[in-house]
Design a binder for this molecule. Structure first.
Ligand SMILES: C[S@@+](CC[C@H](N)C(=O)[O-])C[C@H]1O[C@@H](n2cnc3c(N)ncnc32)[C@H](O)[C@@H]1O
Length: 281
């Protein structure tokens, strides 16, 4: 697939891999099935050609939104557009709608507001406090973009996708019981929250849970175990002494990537990332 045909995800997402797609796609072996345990906005799977796609993320708001687009996409898009109006692009309206989001459980309205907040909130962040309250400040954009084409594209692609909402360990463990023949048809692409570059510099606020070094180690162990069963497992992460150590059973390729999350938007530096490839051989 050429670079010009790439589709942008309809959500802004911290750590989103849209810009890295041409590189990532070169690492994907020809397999029937793509499995993503950390879907985020789904840059890779929406641009993949796999016949079967299995997608997971621990964030229930994200998976609820994906599932509604999959099952009632047209009605959802019509309702979502109604929130993208001038009167809702003010600080007061934003905080009123954010409060509404935090007080409701109805899947439909929660998903509509989740999309509104994603496009009107600060820098595409997705952050909850320890009580599960969404607390991203107002973004103050001139005219937030309504991703109409991207939503329609996602709705179509979602027809071939199975969505899960679990912790990655619970999601990945059952694959270890698959027969080798089936495993050889699967590529796992794992894009976990970044391991810290330093002790203070990481962002892991996508869902309520934090992603510790222990989680990073567990993921590397699972990747190694899945590869031994015949699958190809790719993990993208920062390039640090810690990640190079936990991915020692993989072949690591280093990449220079522009950071998409920074306190100061003008101060986006190049950081070194890697792709670890675990395979049976
Ligand atoms: C770097 S983002 C993935 C970005 C994605 N590749 C994209 O292009 O948009 C990491 C994702 O991992 C999810 N996540 C965090 N902890 C998790 C866990 N324990 N199990 C499964 N998913 C988790 C977050 O909700 C977030 O969406």
């Amino acid at each position: 697939m050429g670079e010009t045909t790439l589709i942008r995800p309809f959500l802004k997402w911290p750590g989103g891999k849209y810009r890295l797609l041409p590189v990532l796609q070169e690492f994907l072996p020809p397999r029937n099935c793509l499995v993503e345990p950390f879907a985020g906005a789904g840059a890779l799977f929406i641009n993949s050609m796999h016949r079967e796609v299995i997608v997971n993320d621990i964030n229930p708001d994200l998976i609820n939104l994906f599932r509604l687009l999959q099952t009632q996409g047209d009605d959802f898009i019509i309702d979502a557009k109604k929130l993208f109006v001038h009167k809702n692009n003010h600080k007061q309206s934003y905080y009123r709608l954010r409060e509404r989001f935090n007080s409701i459980q109805t899947p439909w309205e929660r998903a509509l507001l989740f999309l509104y907040l994603n496009r009107h909130g600060y820098n595409g962040l997705c952050r909850y406090n320890a009580k599960g309250i969404y607390n991203v400040p107002f973004g103050d954009y001139v005219k937030p973009y309504f991703p109409l084409d991207e939503l329609h594209y996602f709705k179509q692609r979602a027809k071939q996708v199975t969505f899960h909402c679990q912790d990655f360990v619970d999601f990945l463990t059952p694959f270890l019981k698959y027969p080798k023949r089936k495993m050889q048809q699967i590529t796992f692409y794992c894009d976990p929250p970044y391991a810290p570059l330093s002790a203070t510099a990481n962002f892991t606020g996508y869902a309520q849970q934090h992603f510790s070094l222990n989680h990073q180690q567990q993921l590397a162990d699972l990747a190694h175990a899945l590869a031994k069963k015949g699958a190809t497992v790719l993990i993208s992460n920062h390039n640090t002494p810690f990640t190079r150590e936990i991915y020692r059973h993989a072949i690591c390729t280093l990449l220079e990537v522009r950071r998409s999350i920074s306190c100061k938007t003008k101060a986006r530096n190049k950081v070194s990332e890697l792709i670890a490839c675990f395979s049976a051989s």
